[in-house]
Design a protein around this ligand. Structure first.
Ligand code: 3AM
Length: 194
């Protein structure tokens, strides 16, 4: 059983195309340059999380995939816009630096709401906060000048990254290795009902 755990850490997300990832990553580097301790999400790992599920037993993966597929049937294919940047929870003590995702038609929110209900069957915590779609650029780790970041974001004006075609939900496995970037592997893609 070397390296094989019975449990896998999984989450659902919308993938970004390569061009968007490149643009977002490059801008993120500029925004964060010299501001202090943060860990940037690698270019290949950039995504829009829908619902974090957590550790699920391998034996449950087939059922979980079916459930994600069922949730994805509420997806109305369309576009969302990736623009702007900000932090969670606030510039005074930022923890997450993000690129914004606007979803005026609520296509991501609709799927999130289904997943938020259905994933509780697999041990996920129901999220009570309003869903705020975003692309995490970096996690702040220590001394970091949040006010300087606020100023930079303000000065940058309206950062525009691009339009994202949403037509599927991806179930990702996340493998965490101490001191290394998490490794995300797509276990399945689930599209809208035809
Ligand atoms: O893409 P973002 O950064 O919004 O923060 C984690 C990341 O979201 C989140 O799941 C995504 C993939 O790792 N995440 C990790 N642990 C979590 C937890 N215990 C979590 N979200 C909620 N609860």
């Amino acid at each position: 059983m070397v390296g094989l755990s019975e449990y896998v850490r999984v989450f659902t997300a919308v993938e970004l195309d390569g061009e968007l990832r490149r643009a977002i990553f490059a801008e993120g580097r500029e925004l964060l340059d010299g501001l202090g301790k943060s860990t940037s999400v690698s270019e290949e790992n950039l995504h829009v999380t829908l619902k974090f599920v957590g550790d699920v037993h391998r034996d449950e993966l087939a059922l979980l995939s079916e459930s994600v597929a069922e949730c994805a049937t509420v997806l109305r294919p369309g576009h969302v816009e990736v623009h702007g940047a900000g932090v969670f929870p606030d510039y005074g003590r930022p923890r997450i630096v993000w690129a914004g995702v606007s979803d005026p038609e609520g296509i991501l929110t609709a799927v999130f709401e289904r997943l938020n209900e259905e994933m509780t069957v697999f041990g996920a915590k129901r999220e009570h906060r309003r869903f705020s779609p975003h692309v995490t650029l970096a996690r702040v780790r220590g001394r970091f000048d949040g006010r300087a970041l606020e100023e930079r974001i303000h000065r940058a004006g309206e950062l525009w990254f691009g339009s994202l075609a949403v037509d599927a939900v991806t179930l990702f496995m996340s493998e965490l290795e101490r001191g290394e970037a998490p490794r995300y592997t797509a276990l399945g893609h689930y599209g809208a009902a035809p």
